[in-house]
Design a protein around this ligand. Structure first.
Ligand code: BEZ
Length: 335
């Protein structure tokens, strides 16, 4: 009878819970976690991954370590994501754009002029609608979304001068190879040319593309401005990144290990976001101090494209409406 069964099973159940608790509470094996990402050594994302590794090694008393594989050593972002799903790679820092290939809702982050500036981007990434996107990731794509990081706001460099957005028509513009970014330039009538970061400098230098979509940090540090007659400071798009752990690997970790990894990765990515917030202005000042022609534009420069992009993506990424309704400016905080 059900009641007897219930009564009889209680000690067994309690015993099982006790055993399970003991097993999951104490780390059994030392691990060297493999963390993949596409940015080169020395890039802020790579340094942040290394800092996370150092923090994990320290906090675990040297038991755990992280080996960081920069510059696509573990493959493209799509390949890294596949390896996270199988557990062949333990962790990754991936662009939210790559995630949007599997979970279209993440495409909402790339809505043009979703935020005014880098501080708006940081606030959006810390908002409830953004954070709740991380919750569904284990079920949707077999990875655990720990926290957001980000790159700088996107700008446009062109080989020859530009006066209106019409001038972008037909021009080959390098983009990070993802649908929401491609759609923006397609709507503008440009010819978006997907290209991973590692190939961009040579492609722009030898004329394979007429323009590139890039952030201020890399424009300045890699001296892209030397190849360009015009830099359009547009801040037209934010560029989020996500810290991920393979759900398979996660399932094999103890509760303590999970808490530690979550806390330490979150803390490093939080520092990363803060560092972009504090340094973006100095990258912009450094660019303006060069001889490069800088043209400041705002959303009116891009005309109807912004609404057209929203029309295209709202169905795929309904969270876009919530993002657009968030109050993100400093003025809204002061009220
Ligand atoms: C890019 O492809 O432009 C990019 C990728 C990662 C970090 C920063 C920029």
């Amino acid at each position: 009878m059900p009641s007897r069964l219930y009564d009889n099973s209680m000690p067994i159940l309690a015993g099982m819970i006790l055993v399970a608790t003991v097993v999951v509470s104490w780390p059994a094996i030392a691990r060297d976690f493999r963390l993949g990402l596409i940015t080169p050594p020395g890039h802020v994302w790579t340094r942040s991954a290394e800092a996370f590794g150092t923090a994990l090694a320290e906090a675990s008393g040297g038991k755990h370590s992280v080996t960081v594989y920069p510059s696509q050593q573990l493959g493209s972002e799509a390949q890294i994501l596949q390896q996270l799903q199988t557990g062949a790679v333990d962790m990754a820092f991936l662009t939210a754009a790559e995630v949007s290939n599997r979970v279209p809702a993440f495409g909402a982050f790339y809505a043009p002029f979703l935020v005014d500036d880098i501080s708006g981007a940081a606030k959006l990434l810390r908002s409830d609608p953004a954070l709740s996107l991380l919750d569904g990731m284990p079920q949707q794509i077999g990875v655990v979304g720990i926290a957001y990081g980000m790159g700088g706001m996107r700008q446009i460099l062109t080989r020859s001068p530009l006066t209106t957005a019409e001038d972008l028509k037909g021009r080959k513009i390098r983009i990070t190879p993802f649908a929401p970014i491609r759609d923006f330039y397609q709507l503008l009538g440009a010819a978006p040319t997907p290209m991973p970061l590692a190939s961009v400098y040579d492609a722009f230098a030898n004329g394979q593309v007429d323009a590139i979509d890039m952030d201020l940090e890399l424009i300045v540090k890699l001296k892209y401005y030397e190849l360009s007659e015009n830099v359009l400071v547009s801040n037209h798009m934010m560029f989020p990144m996500v810290g991920l752990v393979s759900a398979r690997v996660w399932a094999g970790l103890t509760r303590k290990e999970r808490v530690l990894i979550r806390e330490l990765m979150r803390a490093e990515l939080d520092k990363l976001v803060n560092s972009y917030e504090s340094e973006e202005k100095s990258f912009e000042a450094a660019l303006r101090a060069t001889d490069t022609e800088v043209m400041d534009v705002n959303e009116s420069f891009f005309g109807a494209t912004i609404q057209q992009w929203d029309d295209l993506w709202t169905e795929r990424a309904p969270v876009l409406k919530e993002f657009r309704n968030l109050e993100l400016s400093d003025a809204s905080e002061a009220q």
